[in-house]
Design a protein around this ligand. Sequence first.
Ligand code: FES
Ligand code: FES
Length: 167
Amino acid sequence: MINLNVNGISHHVDVDPATPLLYVLRNDLKLNGAKFGCGLGQCGACTVMVDGKPVFSCLTPAMLVEGREVKTVEGLGTIENPGPMQKAFIEEQAAQCGYCIAGMMMRAQALLEAKPDAGDADIRQALEPNLCRCGTHMRILRAVSRARDLMKSKSAGLAPAAAAGRA
Ligand code: FES
Ligand code: FES
């Protein structure tokens, strides 16, 4: 039995403590946003945040995140009320098949929480571990820049263009 805090909710899960976090999220908690791509830390489809940092959940034993804050794409917003990152990906039509998108969003979210003023080069570098087999990388990069502007405008109470210095 392990105790997990996911998206602010505590869960007691009856699993082998060595089970990868990805399997616990998907199979036990029914949070299917994070995806299994390679299982080897080589694609980023399984990326979630732990204490604000992006991690490959396919490589992370569940017991290692006990007592820590896990955030998945489901914690960024809802269908009715998407968060800025989700909104930006929708507005930029960044997804093709969508398989990589939750991982991309979580890695980008971790970057922008740590560095709200991240520039385009920072975004490009941060997303390097995540692959998109559909090749929508340019739209994804644009979506993350848009999310940065949305988040800045939200915290400053400004229109996105003004927050980005484009007003
Ligand atoms: S499934 Fe975890 S990095 Fe590919
Ligand atoms: S949108 Fe298909 S893998 Fe990225």
